[in-house]
Write a protein that binds this ligand. Sequence first.
Ligand SMILES: C[S@@+](CC[C@H](N)C(=O)[O-])C[C@H]1O[C@@H](n2cnc3c(N)ncnc32)[C@H](O)[C@@H]1O
Length: 415
Amino acid sequence: MNKTPGLPARQGALKLIDAVLRRGETLEQAERAALKPIRGPADKALARALAGETLRWLADLDSLIDSATKKRLPDDAKPRAVLRLMLAGWLRLDTPPHAVIATGLPLLAGGPRRLAHGVFSTLTKREVTLPEVPTLPDAVQMRWGERASEIAKGLGDPPPLDLCLRDISETSARAVAMGGETLGPGNIRLPRGTPIDRLPSFDEGAWWVQDLAAQIPASLLGDGSGKRALDLCAAPGGKTMQLASRGWQVTALDISERRLDMLRENLSRTGLAAEIVCADALSYTPGKAFDAILIDAPCSATGTCRRHPDVLHRVGPRQIEEMVEIQRALAERAIGWMRSGNVLVYAVCSLESEEGEEQAMWIEQQFDLERLPVTSAELPQGIEPTAEGWVRTDPGMLEQDGGLDGFFVARWRKR
Ligand SMILES: C[S@@+](CC[C@H](N)C(=O)[O-])C[C@H]1O[C@@H](n2cnc3c(N)ncnc32)[C@H](O)[C@@H]1O
């Protein structure tokens, strides 16, 4: 067995990338099997980083490879897979070329090592670089149309770390104590890669990890003292905790028992309370009325492409259409339980208009709802509501502050 240090991490990264590109799995789904043979947490983290950076910059890495080969390597050829990884290590993780070669070429044992060595050496001699902004895969570029270049500006790096505070009134004090900045009430932003469990007050449960954009939907329901909310797609509980911390009596419903276990853990760590229901919202009927319902609907999750660059390669029209159907069914079900005056917030972490803007239009056309336009004062500084009074965020926004995930949020009152 080859004992080259760093080789297992590269082998794991290759497996992760293959699972995404060939089998359409998420990085998260692929991790268990792909990283099992890797021992230490540092090597696992390296495998994740290599796979993530390869997928984030895939089109640009391929252009470099193609610029140095006489005959184009097929997309699924092993030397292309290994070269992508080697270039990502060198250009994105600053691994010195000699170390890239030492850990990359053994991945082609019994294969065309000389070819890979030649291509990599040509590119290092040319001192090639990557563009400032990653090139999107053609299909994504087409889908996002004129928004694509603005969105891509926010995709070059993994995102910073956003925390959401249990007690909003502590925002400034905690930002100072943690050495972070704040982009809105309850938000603390820390540099990317900050180790979570070593932050002060982790065990105390004073905060949880939640992207700034993901903090918007629940915040639009405001203070909940004396009121009941149904969090219809609740796990792992980021928005349940926000609602509970703002005084709502929350029923947190989700179809996944495994994800509800994470919600239970989150509630227990933060000392917050919610009634937990494991059920399929499409067949469940609540035994009580709610002042507000939050549908943080299952979606393509393309808005999380900064932290999960696999979505850029595995989500297409089929997955989006499937999600649109589920979202409509969930909205229909939830609105059926609402009484006059109750408030509905619909949210998706998607950049696809079919799941966002078009879905909101469909909901309005189908049901007797009055739009409750979101105001600037309700949003983090620098984010404005759309002309319709909806919220649309994307990773290219707040560029100077480190960006935010892509979300769509709309709010109505039942007439
Ligand atoms: C976007 S995630 C929710 C994230 C969560 N709101 C948070 O802030 O942590 C969507 C959730 O919908 C759940 N889900 C999908 N289909 C469902 C259904 N038919 N009934 C209930 N929950 C469902 C999934 O299990 C998943 O946890």
